[in-house]
Design a protein around this ligand. Structure first.
Ligand SMILES: [Zn+2]
Length: 87
């Protein structure tokens, strides 16, 4: 790594939740983005956490909804791209 602004895996993981919440300064955010572009393990971790956060949000939104609607929301969230959407 020759870029003096480059961050390591530890620094990236340290700021994972701030990154996902959009609480970082643009500078730090772009440093993390640059790291994720180069680092498959960190990209996988961030991707996993983001999916998990979205899942929690969807579950919160779905609370109080009838079971069939709740199921549909979760189905749509995790729909695999190779499966055609059901209507
Ligand atoms: Zn990394």
């Amino acid at each position: 790594m020759s870029d003096p602004d480059a961050i390591d895996c530890h620094a990236a993981a340290d700021q994972l939740y701030e990154y996902l919440d959009g609480e970082l300064s643009p500078t730090v955010e772009s440093q993390i983005r640059a790291h994720l572009a180069d680092c498959a393990p960190c990209f996988g971790l961030f991707d996993f956490e983001e999916t998990y956060l979205r899942f929690l949000e969807a579950r919160t939104r779905a609370q109080g909804a009838p079971a069939h609607l709740r199921r549909r929301i979760l189905d749509e969230l995790f729909q695999h791209p190779e499966q055609p959407p059901r209507s």
